[in-house]
Design a protein around this ligand. Structure first.
Ligand SMILES: Nc1nc2c(ncn2[C@@H]2O[C@H](COP(=O)(O)OP(=O)(O)O)[C@@H](O)[C@H]2O)c(=O)[nH]1
Ligand SMILES: [Mg+2]
Length: 296
């Protein structure tokens, strides 16, 4: 039996969460085209007969400007410690630049075996892939580099094999039926946040927190009651969130409800309330209140 932990690291938007969802085969982490979608460490667990791999999804790497992003940075740094493999996810179609090379170099220094997943090859010209690889090699990157596409399911078997080469023998850390360290309730809040990330622009989604007040299965019938607060930072954000005659919010909530139903395999009765908490992203107490707990 092989068993180990893989920290998934890389720039914002590289495709870390998408890759983990595909590898684990379930949605354990939300995805959007906007940076800062993932806010904390989330473990996604891949169970097979002869191995267990625990993938640690992370917020990724970017400049910190608020207490929330400080928190996110620490989550990423903590996750890269005491692991068996670092899986560095590189957005291939963006082209390799100096900052990528520096980052890879920084994590290579840790001495932990590293694999580079060169992802999004589905939206790259084929001829460009070897050129970008050459750039990495020339810059002294010694890690194994594997071209993949999470979206088109390309080369994921090769990637898994490369990871497994570095996974030690040992007993499973989690029971077979566990796929994440996060609860269903957490995912329900994240699904709401995902729909807001997809629906709204600029500062709005980054200033949102979702707090679940009620998450309960009814005694009769296959139905969950979910009541949640959507917290935003400013009064004018609240007006934009709600939209003309509530239209914008209604749409986001309806998308969220559908996804929650898919996730829970059950009908969902969803009620939401929008609240303003001025500058919550910079208030330690509110961060804790909204569920951003430090890794123990
Ligand atoms: N074309 C393509 N897009 C991808 C792929 N993987 C992720 N994406 C997109 O890249 C964006 C960021 O993905 P996400 O997983 O949230 O990145 P993260 O911030 O690194 O976790 C989303 O719009 C994804 O749909 C891929 O393999 N191919
Ligand atoms: Mg992510």
């Amino acid at each position: 039996m092989k068993s180990g932990i893989v920290a998934v690291i890389g720039k914002a938007n590289a495709g870390k969460s998408t890759l983990i969802n595909v590898l684990v085969g379930e949605k354990i982490s939300i995805v959007s085209p906007k940076p800062q979608t993932t806010r904390e460490r989330i473990l996604g667990i891949l169970n097979r007969e002869n191995y267990q791999i625990v993938f640690s999804d992370t917020p990724g790497i970017y400049k910190s400007v608020t207490k929330l992003s400080d928190f996110m940075k620490i989550q990423t740094e903590q996750s890269a410690k005491d692991v068996d493999v670092i899986l560095f996810v590189l957005d291939g179609h963006d082209g390799v630049d100096e900052s990528d090379i520096n980052l890879i170099g920084k994590y290579a220094q840790s001495g932990i075996p590293m694999i580079v997943a060169f992802t999004k090859i589905d939206i790259m010209e084929k001829e460009k892939v070897p050129l970008e690889f050459a750039k990495l090699k020339e810059a002294g990157v010694e890690s194994e580099i594997i071209p993949v596409s999470a979206r088109k399911n390309k080369n994921l078997k090769d990637l898994l094999d490369a990871i497994l080469n570095h996974i030690p023998n040992g007993e499973k850390i989690y029971p077979d039926n566990v796929i994440s360290d996060k609860s269903e309730k957490f995912m329900i809040a994240e699904i709401m946040r995902e729909k807001i990330l997809l629906k709204y622009d600029k500062e709005i989604p980054h200033g949102i927190a979702v707090v679940i007040n009620e998450f309960k299965k009814r005694d009769t019938g296959n139905l969950y009651d979910v009541n949640l607060d959507i917290i935003c930072e400013k009064e004018n954000h609240k007006a934009i969130l709600i939209g003309k005659q509530g239209g914008a919010l209604k749409e986001a909530v309806s998308f969220a409800r559908r996804d929650m139903e898919k996730f829970l395999g059950s009908k969902v009765f969803l009620t939401t309330y929008v609240k303003v908490k001025e500058g919550w992203r910079d208030k330690e107490g509110m961060l804790r209140e909204f569920g951003y707990e430090k890794i123990k």
